[in-house]
Design a protein around this ligand. Sequence first.
Ligand code: ATP
Length: 230
Amino acid sequence: TATAPALEARGLSVGYGAMPVVHEVDLHVAPGEVVALLGVNGAGKTTCVRALAGDLKPLRGEVRMNGERVQSPLHRRAEHGLRYISEERSVFMGLSAADNLRLGGTDQGRCLELFPELEPLLGRKTALLSGGEQQMLTLARALSVDPQVLIADELSLGLAPLVLERLLLAVRAAADRGGAVLLVEQHVRDALEVADRAYVLSHGRVVLEGDARDLRSRVGEIERTYLAGA
Ligand code: ATP
């Protein structure tokens, strides 16, 4: 029998109050895959991944991990091996970088193995680090547990291209170790470089899905059709 996807949405509708802004989305991420979720601002990407992560309750449809329906809230999904990096940076600004890498039983040694460039920053207060360094702390913490599923929403928000590339390669490596990664990303071309597959959301619906290689070969057309401003 085929292995069940690590993460799956079936007929997922999500909204605020009773009004859906995400409509009947089907998507899946297999172990070892990086899947990009693309779309203009307001397309519903964040709403969709918040439901997948258990941060919003779906109006309809279901979320499955390894073939089993999950209904637990966000804080319980870590037990299923899920890590979620939201758009808001989740580092503690008042703490040192070292303390951020030790919080909640985080394995600081593993974090430094994944991101050796964090070593010289350990003694600094997190608020004084660059946005990229703060995001690296966030990603290091998430990846240090070798999550079965990583959902990352706009990892790259406001980061320099080289930092973005570094983070995306770390995400790719996590998938190569067997994790399933769902990546919301504004930088379509960069995302397609590391992704295996992608879905494009428009007005809360999946309007296109395909292999990253295929989508890369017609990225200009895709940007004009689906991603050119709202
Ligand atoms: P962005 O890249 O700007 O985050 P997105 O594709 O992630 O865009 P969403 O943030 O999911 O899109 O927004 C989809 C729709 O839901 C938009 O019309 C938005 O205004 C609405 N929306 C988002 N968050 C809320 C909220 N907390 N309450 C009510 N409506 C919301």
